[in-house]
Design a protein around this ligand. Structure first.
Ligand code: NAD
Ligand code: USQ
Length: 479
């Protein structure tokens, strides 16, 4: 499947050459729903490659209109090369849940932003028959809407970062000062559906990140990589989790070493491999990088996405891409019992999507040094699944909902009762002002879910992917 999308196309947003996009998109939707990783060129790839040959242009972008950057609190969102110019931030995965909110936030703050995205996330939904709770506009309509509301351009490069030629052209064209890398297959259940998705996940994530590292070395040595990792890299050890490194005394000697990793899905493992590759290239090539080990994100509205319905972010509630708290709110809204897996003592770090965008901004404004591999644990509070279910039940009852909880046999292999205490002070020290999960946020998320409840497909709610029964053969629907 990676090959089906290892393509890029050329479009100009202001001139609204929508048909080409629609053609591409329809083509993708029309692909067979079963797939294997192919080595030969797909028909779609052939069409696109010939289009590329005729245009010799691998990038899709809207020419940025020059604008005067607004001054940040610290004045640090300026290009290191020329302090009078706004910092240029490339957001890989900028059409996704975290990336879209971040792209708008940084654009609003006066950064020059480009989105790089293969749009493969939209394809996953089509292939598995899933949909966001919220209706989401096409990336082109989103960007046109943003431009018409704010006058700000966000450049757009559509292609797969596993295609190094495409990525190189994007780097040479946009010349980023910082790259925020969200562009991965990010669902643990998706990576555990079958062999094909496991291989795809690790190929897409590990090779994509390697390509970003090579592109930085080749074209933008000074550029700062802000890479989205995950708290799940650490697993659930029976000791406190530090931020990236732990000092160990062993047989009379002491060293500060990367914190042990115990990931529990092929997806989470891809993040561990990424972290190792990034750490190595920081040492070997002097790359500057920040690994943001993010917890589970909840919420949907940010200041910018709330500005217009066409800017609305996605909200996943299904058993493959939906995450715990978002799922529970949607379940409560439609009268489905909250799906606690196993004993429900699974504890994780959580954060509001408004804090995701804040954390990324802080990381960019305070870059790592050349050669530094910096690790921040990016979450604001810890909850067990049972605690989340209790909070949603209470908030739902206040809104007149009858909220029930069921214990679902755990489809995953994970500890259901365990110690969990993870440090998360570094972003606070840089100035993060957390949005704590409050009654009002739960109310607003629940009301959002109620507003769109007619769009919910209840058949997609129960988990359908088993860690133990992972298949070898490609499945055509969410198992
Ligand atoms: P998402 O699936 O909504 O967005 C990811 C985007 O990346 C999609 O638009 C997709 O099309 C794009 N993409 C994937 N592979 C690509 C490739 N090879 N080339 C170009 N574009 C590609 O995911 P999200 O929830 O926004 O997560 C973003 C990042 O944050 C991921 O790396 C994820 O691991 C991390 N993260 C997410 C959460 C969460 O709760 N959502 C929590 C912790 C960490
Ligand atoms: N869970 C339930 N019921 C549900 C859904 C989940 O009990 O209906 C449990 C899971 O078993 C797990 C916990 O809730 O113990 C969290 O699961 P999740 O689906 O909310 O999150 P996870 O699979 O860990 O993945 C999500 C994102 C991923 C990110 C990760 C951060 O999809 O991209 O890396 O959160 S972390 O969890 O810190 O690794």
């Amino acid at each position: 499947m990676a090959h089906l999308l290892s393509t890029s196309c050329s479009l100009n947003i202001p001139s609204c050459r929508k048909p080409s996009f629609q053609q591409l998109n329809q083509g993708l939707i029309g692909l067979p729903t079963s797939f294997t990783v192919k080595t030969s060129k797909s028909p779609i790839q052939t069409v696109i490659l010939s289009a590329q040959r005729s245009q010799r242009c691998h990038t899709v972008y809207a020419t940025a209109t020059p604008f005067t950057p607004t001054q940040s609190r610290s004045g640090l969102h300026q290009s290191s090369n020329d302090p009078s110019k706004a910092k240029r931030v490339m957001i890989i995965g900028g059409d996704g849940y975290c990336g879209w909110a971040t792209a708008l936030h940084l654009s609003n703050k006066g950064y020059e932003v480009a989105i790089v995205d293969s749009l493969i996330r939209r394809l996953f939904d089509h292939q598995l028959g899933l949909d966001s709770l919220t209706p989401i506009a096409s990336i082109h309509d989103r960007l046109r809407c943003w431009k018409s509301l704010t006058g700000k351009n966000i450049e757009l490069y559509i292609g797969d970062i596993c295609d190094f030629e495409f990525l190189s052209e994007s780097f040479k064209s946009f010349e980023p000062d910082a790259v925020v890398h969200f562009g991965e297959q990010r669902s643990a259940p998706y990576s555990m559906i079958d062999r094909s998705r496991a291989v795809f996940t690790q190929h897409n994530n590990v090779i994509g990140t390697l390509n970003v590292l090579f592109a930085m070395k080749e074209f933008r040595q000074e550029c700062h990589l802000v890479k989205l990792g995950t708290m799940g890299e650490y697993g659930t050890p029976n000791i406190d989790i530090e931020e990236g490194y732990i000092t160990i005394n062993h047989n009379g000697r002491t060293d500060t070493l990367p914190y042990p990793k115990q990931a529990s899905s092929f997806y989470h493992l891809s993040k561990v491999h990424d972290s190792h590759n990034i750490a190595f290239t920081c040492k070997a090539w002097g790359i500057r990088a920040t690994d943001l080990n993010q917890g589970v994100v909840y919420g949907v509205r940010t200041d910018e996405t709330a500005m217009h319905e066409e800017l609305c972010n996605r909200l996943d509630y299904d058993g493959v891409f939906g995450t715990a708290l978002n799922r529970f709110c949607v379940q409560a809204a439609v009268g489905h019992p909250l799906t606690v897996y196993g004993k429900g003592g699974q504890t994780r770090g959580y954060l509001d999507i408004r804090d995701t965008v804040q954390c990324v901004e802080l990381a960019i404004a305070n870059p790592a040094q050349p050669g530094e591999f910096r690790v921040f644990n990016q979450f604001t509070e810890q909850f067990s699944v049972n605690q989340l279910a209790a909070l949603v039940t209470k908030a739902g009852e206040k809104l007149g909902l009858d909220v029930k909880t069921i214990s679902v046999p755990n489809p995953r292999v994970e500890a259901e009762e365990h110690y969990y205490n993870a440090k998360h002070t570094k972003l606070i020290e840089l100035g993060l002002q957390p949005h704590i999960l409050s009654d009002s946020l739960l109310d607003s998320l629940l009301n959002f879910a109620i507003q769109f409840k007619d769009r919910v497909d209840s058949k997609q709610i129960m988990p359908s992917v088993s860690w133990r029964k992972i298949g070898t053969k490609p499945k055509t629907v969410a198992a």
